[in-house]
Design a protein. Structure first.
Length: 306
């Protein structure tokens, strides 16, 4: 028994050391991030690097060719069918707005967490678990519905992020692996929502033992999937961002300490919260860059003789 107590104390100490190291790394990354933000705001000149410049130039060239083709096709058919340009314009608008699905994902996920928050834990007694779900049937059902919506929207956004980052040839393998992490993250949300639906479908017909098992699935098993997925997507998307330079590099650097935190279950909640905030910032950054690229190449294509 004494040896077991010592082992537990050693594990707690080790977890504390790792968490402290992750905190120091996170602070250092935030400092670098603040510098990058000031560069983005024009407070410091941006020097850039050759890889980023080449990637940006290649992206602009491809987008210019696409938009030029759309405008040329429209100019050839406009005399007969005046609405022939509308699909091309709609496609460009959809491309510009697609990154904002990350903002919607963040809002849905936040709402699901707030609505579904409770005081239950894995050690709650079966009777307490059953009584809680019987008393809060509508609330838990709503949280499950919001979770399903956030899973759908989240997979759409991360798919857009994967397509955006894989423009850089060196990032394609990383983005493919990152999307595997996304699917693990999504599976955790779907599993959690399924457990919530099972608990609220007909709680009066559930036994206390069955309610406790479903609660364990909702709190522990789904969390394991979520943390594994978050760690994987952070590591791989972070590396892809650093490889390609298509998004601010501080978003790539900050992903690594968040991935480390996700691998420490006692503090995994902070990685979960960080995933939401990181996704929100990435969504806005990607939307700004795609909007500016699209506006620039559209203007350039419009001024190019047919």
């Amino acid at each position: 028994m004494q040896q077991l107590s010592m082992d537990r104390k050693t594990m707690r100490d080790l977890a504390a050391v790792v968490a402290a190291g992750a905190g120091v790394l996170l602070l250092a990354t935030l400092s670098a991030a603040w510098f990058e933000v000031r560069v983005e705001l024009g407070l410091f000149p941006r020097t850039g690097n050759v890889a980023e410049q080449l990637a940006g130039a290649a992206t602009r060239k491809r987008m210019t060719a696409t938009v030029t083709g759309i405008l040329s096709s429209c100019s050839e058919r406009v005399s007969v069918f005046p609405v022939a340009c509308v699909p091309g314009q709609g496609e460009i608008m959809a491309k510009r707005l697609a990154p904002l699905t990350g903002v919607l994902f963040f809002l849905l996920l936040l709402a699901a967490v707030v609505v579904g928050s409770n005081s239950l834990s894995a050690s709650s007694s079966p009777a307490k678990v059953l009584a809680y779900y019987q008393a809060h049937q509508d609330k838990i059902g709503l949280s499950g519905g919001l979770t399903v919506l956030s899973v759908v929207v989240g997979v759409i956004f991360y798919g857009q992020l994967r397509d955006y980052l894989r423009r850089h040839e060196g990032s394609r393998g990383w983005t493919a692996t990152a999307f595997g992490g996304v699917l693990l993250f999504a599976a955790s949300g779907a599993l959690s929502a399924g457990a919530a639906f099972a608990l609220t479908d007909s709680p009066s017909h559930l036994s206390a033992a069955a309610a406790q098992i479903l609660n364990l699935i909702n709190t522990d098993i789904s969390n394991g999937l979520a943390l594994a997925g978050i760690a994987l997507l952070f590591i791989c998307f972070g590396r892809a961002i650093l490889n390609g330079g298509l998004l601010p590099t501080w978003l790539g650097w900050i992903a690594f300490p968040l991935a480390l935190i996700a691998l420490i279950p006692p503090v995994g909640f902070f990685a979960f919260a960080g995933a939401g905030l990181w996704t929100l910032i990435v969504s806005i950054a990607m939307w700004r860059r795609i909007s500016s690229e699209t506006a620039a190449v559209t203007e350039e294509a419009a001024s190019t003789p047919a």
